[in-house]
Design a protein around this ligand. Structure first.
Ligand code: NAD
Length: 478
């Protein structure tokens, strides 16, 4: 199998070419390097029909066999991690080693989910009856994923949906379709035909899919604005829905931290993947006592950070992934400069037509500045002073988002007290960016609806059937 050409849709376990195609650019050069298929409404119909046809047998299969299939799929990913990582870097921009980590982590994720159990629950047991709750699959799941973690975030949906007995049609982002297309190609011989279908396409494809009546559930990860449109579309025939959306996450740094010890971890939490992480620190509140020292330390780290083409050895951070984001980030920086805000800029970036944004810290801007109020989703980070804990919690919670947050302090009890008052679905104490298959992940407020991961996430790919069962003696005595 050639990972670097011949990209086709996977429908019903078979390759499908399309009339139209979609140019895929390398963010490190800004130049197109591959053509992905652009699926039509007809392709959506066929993929849904294939997934519906595969559903009864997949659902009826003993769960052990589904586990085996998912494990085999995960093994195939691991066996081809080198090729997939190179393709990942070409389309997504992340440095090769980190791309490799995402591919292997995705494989690990699938294997971990494959071990999960969803037993029948007995919720009432009396001398005369037993009441059981069964978790049944929903049917065909529509999975829509973004470009920032194009493989890992797909596995968050594929693993639990398939384990629970659903089939799937997945749509990667138009900016990063290639890894998903090749993963589906790899799995054509591993999963029964129709269980996992992948369609790539342009901006028109998502709305066609979410409106399709053949889907029982939509599992969407992306921006809050798009999430709202997906919810409107799902409402028409009351599809089940999970939304993992944007965030404008805070980290609160208390004055007792050891700056030397934590600075690089705080930097990592804000800038990993060139800050294109839904749960990245996007507003950094630093206590006044240590503000100047930590600011200078973070600025030094930004000046050391090597931002370049992810294929070059030694590159620590890649370009941002796409041109619209690149232009938006440049305008955000320009606007901050025009407003007279103090910008602390990192090391120089290549000037070659690639989407390279200089790492930028904004020194204590006002709360209403666009760099604070908006989710930047790129390497532009506001540093904000605080002195009073109540005040910083109020400022942290003054957002429509509620995805994640972090508190840094040597006093873990105090950090926990602060964590409990943050209006976010996840809070990390003295760490960040941690997610694992058995740990539920959910956004509060406009950061999401429902939950992914953990048993709760697995259950979200099922519907409940409650069965009232009389005890034998009672039934016989009637
Ligand atoms: P996006 O909303 O633009 O696109 C996400 C996906 O939705 C893409 O596949 C896109 O093609 C598709 N899409 C676009 N319009 C659609 C429509 N009308 N109907 C159906 N699908 C449609 O988001 P993005 O720019 O790809 O991703 C960045 C955003 O995702 C950020 O806001 C980030 O915080 C968020 N995100 C959230 C999580 C999370 O788990 N909460 C994880 C990663 C990213």
């Amino acid at each position: 199998m050639d990972f670097f050409s011949d990209y086709t849709l996977t429908i019903g376990g078979k390759a499908r070419a399309t009339e139209r195609s979609l140019a895929v650019s390398n963010p490190a050069t800004g130049q197109p390097f591959a053509a992905a298929p652009a699926a039509s409404a007809h392709d959506v119909d066929d993929a849904v029909a294939a997934a519906q046809a595969a559903f009864p047998a997949w659902k009826a299969m003993p769960v052990e066999q589904r586990r085996n299939c998912i494990n085999a799929a995960a093994n195939a990913i691991k066996a081809h991690a080198d090729e997939l990582a190179r393709l990942f870097t070409l389309e997504q921009g992340r440095p090769l080693e980190a791309a490799h980590q995402e591919i292997l982590f995705g494989s690990f994720w699938l294997k971990s989910v494959a071990r999960m159990e969803l037993p029948v629950e007995v919720v009432d047991e009396t001398p005369t009856r037993r009441v059981e709750v069964h978790h049944e699959p929903l049917g065909v799941v529509c999975a829509i994923v973004p470009w920032n973690f194009p493989f890992l975030l797909a596995t968050w949906k594929i693993g639990p949906a398939l384990l629970a007995g659903n089939t799937m049609v997945m749509k990667p982002s138009p900016f990063t379709p290639l890894v998903a297309l090749k993963v589906a190609e790899l799995w054509r011989e591993i999963l029964p035909p129709g269980v996992f279908n992948v369609l790539s396409g342009g901006d028109e494809l998502g709305p066609i899919m979410t409106a399709h009546p053949g889907f029982a559930k939509i599992s969407f990860t992306g921006s809050t604005a798009t999430g709202k449109r997906v919810m409107e579309s799902a409402a028409r025939d009351l599809k089940s829905l999970t939304l993992e959306l944007g965030g404008n996450d805070v980290a609160i740094i208390m004055p007792d931290v050891d700056i030397d010890q934590v600075a690089s971890e705080i930097f990592h939490g804000a800038f990993y993947n060139s800050a294109q992480v839904c749960v990245a620190t996007k507003r950094l509140y630093i206590h006044d006592d240590i503000y100047d020292a930590l600011r200078d330390r973070l600025h030094a780290l930004a000046q050391e950070a090597k931002v370049d083409d992810g294929m070059k050895p030694g590159t620590q951070y890649g370009p941002v992934q796409n041109e619209p984001l690149y232009r938006r980030l440049l305008s955000l920086i320009e606007e901050a400069r025009a407003e007279g805000l103090t910008l602390l800029t990192g090391r120089e970036t290549p000037q070659n037509g690639g989407y390279f944004v200089p790492f930028t810290l904004v020194d204590n801007p006002p709360e209403h500045a666009r760099v604070v109020a908006e989710e930047a989703f790129g390497p532009v980070l506001p540093l904000l002073r605080f002195t009073d804990v109540d005040d910083v919690i109020r400022r942290a919670n003054d957002s429509n988002y509620g995805l994640a947050g972090a508190v840094w302090s040597k006093d873990v009890d105090n950090a926990l007290a602060i964590a409990k008052r943050l209006e976010t679905g996840t809070v990390w104490i003295n760490q960040n960016l941690q997610n694992l298959p058995h740990i539920p992940f959910a956004g509060q407020k406009e950061s999401g609806l429902g939950v992914e991961n953990g048993v709760e996430g697995l259950k979200s790919f099922t519907q409940i059937k409650t069965i009232f069962i009389p005890k034998v003696q009672e039934a016989a005595s009637r």
